[in-house]
Design a protein around this ligand. Sequence first.
Ligand code: ADP
Ligand code: MG
Length: 613
Amino acid sequence: PYAELSNYFKSVEGMNYGELKSLTNASFALSETVQCTFLAIQSDPFAPGSQLRVSCPCPFQLEKVLQSSDLESCAPCRRVAAEDYILRCFHEGHRHGVARYRSGALQVMRPSQHVLERSTVALVRGDRGSKGVEVHLFARLKLPGHGRRIDGRGAISIIYEELLPIMERCVVGLDEERLYQHVTCVHDQEHLRGELRAAGCVAFVANGSVLPRESGESDRPLAKGAVPFTSPASLERTFQLPYSGTTVTGMGLPHGLTLIAGGGFHGKSTLLRALEVGVYNHVPDDGRVYVVVDSTAVKIRAEDRRSINGVDISPFINNLPFQKTTTSFVTSDASGSTSQAANIMEALELGSRLLLLDEDTCATNLMYRDDLMQQLVPREQEPITPFVERVTDLIQNHGMSAVMVIGGSGQYFPHATVTLVMNSYNAHDCTARAQEIASTSMASVPLFEKGRSAFVSPMQRRFDGNGTFCTVQCRKGRDSIKVSGVGVDSIRFAEENIDLSLVEQIVEEGQVNAIAQCLAMLYDGEADGAEAMFAKGKSSQMVYSPVGGGEPRSVPFYSDFSALIEGCDATLREARLEARTPSCYLPRGFTSAARRFEIGAALNRLRTLRTFT
Ligand code: ADP
Ligand code: MG
């Protein structure tokens, strides 16, 4: 009874490749538990692979793993964690040689170290069995050919000796106890992140965490010689992990400004990098599982040469030569300081409450200005107000926080709530010493007037759909544009290239596909579409989180532009990450959830972007 598909391939052996089109939408039982459905068939053996959905009954007890008997009422992060685990089991099948055969013809999206909602594996209510929950796994399969003829035997090997054993052994036969641990660990991470605010913290790093990575290429933990993290006693906090029934102790960074100082090569950037990805949950053996930060944390850096449209950078830059306005700044080629100022303002606009900065990648003239330079170049001649003169305004008037790596200047000491010094990978609390140094120093401390803010809220910026897309259309004609993700670094938008290589919190290819889908939705929806996205974002009180589910929106700054981004995000998430609009046609199963910050970052970097202010 399970030979129907292999009989089919035997019968078409050597026939014209086009014959395979008849498989479209056909389903076959490959074994008692595994079934496959062809969703789309490639037109020739050299085209991108055919699309396939492989399914099996849910291989674990819902009640135990999801803590709920149905998919709709469980905590979303539990469902996402279970789906993530199944995907990893599938990939392990290849690594551990479960398949007798490795064709390279089977493509399934690879997960990063982070547990994100993805369209690759879905637990869905199926129509067979009494419990009725099924696993759907979406893959691409290059059906082989001999020239333009069908290679039926090759197809049989791939499906019956590669795909089927992996599904049976690794997915149907998955280790339920390990799955349970995985889901519990993710739920605890999610819980811990949610506890931060009430505890007055913006970040937490558990004792024992392994922060350094294997190499610049690999995001796996450093296996040998890593110094585990230990909190300074003064910053130590303990939190409950209710799902595993344990507690975790580590360093809690309070609301306000935290400096990470210390000599070169002592582990400052490594700590900050762990915080940057602390907006995501990780796999249990990652080393950074209980390193969590406020979910709205955004990494800020200089990014010269990017384009900027309609951003109010006047809190940082004013009175530019040639009377260029900075309240609605436009450039196609930003400098280090203007790009960093725009990155800060755009993060605020999209709802960030925590900025992360590393001096290695910051524009020095936007960060500080010392006394000697002020004597040479008087204030009136300097368009830049450095971050050091604005950070307290953001903290006190707008509830913002910042964590900064600063090794080269003491100008921030008076503003810092906590000053850490990294020494041989160990963190020391040197707050008191830094304050003492600051109070006895002769250098003038920038003034801060309480109550008066340089930042205007809400921000005034609206998306101009016609203006943005008309140049694209004129060149290509309305219907035929193509939007697609290229690796983790860029998006092709018709003829335009959106450079995302310096948007550092994008962690996997699937997220770029999610962003590409959002941009395509805006384009394909035309004027009404953008209006509808905007209305959707404006009316919603929740924002989606990349781990599944959402959280209430509570942000200091906001604009119509950010409502639009939230609307796109919500629309894509409601479609379970498969929007399937004409301009961005992706195969099923290759999308991961992105945050609104990264979606907004891409639109902000589209060189044809036009806005109203
Ligand atoms: P800094 O920013 O202070 O100059 P980095 O964070 O770049 O230093 O770290 C320098 C090197 O030390 C990197 O190669 C990093 O992988 C390694 N490293 C960082 N933290 C640790 C640690 N806790 N244990 C072992 N090696 C570490
Ligand atoms: Mg560094």
